[in-house]
Design a protein around this ligand. Structure first.
Ligand code: GUN
Length: 286
């Protein structure tokens, strides 16, 4: 079997067009959705992600502010900057790119963001809303993965979904969203004994470990949908996922490539959350 490729680039364009309609409706009422992205320090990967986020906003005609702060900024100054953005009526979404430098407490930073502008969905209030099934802002990467499954017509209800990875950014919210969609969910970690025993039983396998090509074809159930959240740079400069694409595609029913799978969706869902935040704040929310 050769898997069908889940084309994240094409699906992201479709989804962006859907959200552009909503953004344009707000603009017709005089409200331009605005996103502020804060980056602290010089991490090259973070800089690329942030530049792509700002570009996607521009494509949809959103207002965006790219705030670059030096790596040694005192925590109090960062919190003060967030407080300013909380009160800025041009800004509906605030994102602080993670990780932040070690002298800054990331929990304090995430808690400082007004939950109504928390387009990452990382504020404890929004995490709580996700846990209780009243999701307000879904974290962008798992949200993007869910939309990919939906757009490909891959049913979730009653299926066994296995998530490998338990980060707050991807693994945990992914598991909760799959659970909310009535999957039976197993969460595995790097410490899971006999990982293949679990992955081989997955109808839907989501991998977010940061370990290049760790899931190989022999660890996949024939016909499974495989969502690869990893993006790793190999010594030869090429990008690869956490799944060994070449062996996996011979077994899986569906698979996301890297690049061009989940990545474009993450940014799309950030734009979507910003539009939604603007709708909610301005009272035109759905
Ligand atoms: N770093 C890696 N992924 C993300 C994300 O989705 N949001 C933020 N804020 N930082 C990240």
């Amino acid at each position: 079997m050769t898997a069908r490729i889940i084309d994240g680039k094409t699906i992201a364009q479709q989804v962006r067009a859907e959200w552009k309609v909503r953004a344009d409706a707000l603009k017709a009422r005089g409200i331009t959705p605005g996103l502020a992205v804060i980056i602290v320090g010089e991490d090259p990967a973070s800089k690329v992600y942030v530049a792509n986020k700002v570009k996607a906003c521009a494509e949809l005609g959103l207002h965006s502010e790219h705030i670059m702060l030096s790596a040694d900024i005192p925590e109090a100054n960062l919190l003060a900057r967030i407080a300013e953005l909380n009160n800025d009526t041009k800004i509906h979404g605030i994102l602080v790119q993670l990780p932040v430098p070690k002298h800054i407490d990331s929990n304090k930073v995430l808690e400082a963001i007004n939950p109504d502008k928390d387009v990452d969905g990382f504020h404890p209030e929004n995490v709580g809303a996700l846990v209780t099934g009243n999701m307000r802002f879904a974290p962008c990467t798992p949200y993007g993965a869910m939309v990919l499954l939906e757009k490909c017509g891959i049913s979730i209800e009653g299926k066994h979904a296995v998530v490998v990875g338990r980060s707050n950014i991807v693994g945990k919210p992914m598991a909760l969203m799959l659970l909310q969609a009535n999957a039976t969910v197993t969460i595995c970690t790097s410490k899971t004994q006999d990982l293949a025993k679990f992955t081989r039983d997955a109808d839907i396998l989501v991998v977010a470990t940061g370990k290049p090509k760790m899931i190989t074809g022999n660890m996949i159930k024939p016909g499974a949908a495989v969502i690869d959240v990893g993006i790793n740079r190999l010594p030869d400069g090429k990008l690869c996922g956490d799944v060994d694409f070449d062996s996996a595609k011979e077994v899986a029913g569906w698979i996301t490539p890297v690049p061009g799978g989940v990545g474009p969706m993450t940014i799309t869902m950030l734009v979507a959350n910003t539009v939604r935040a603007a709708e909610r704040i301005s009272g035109f929310g759905k």
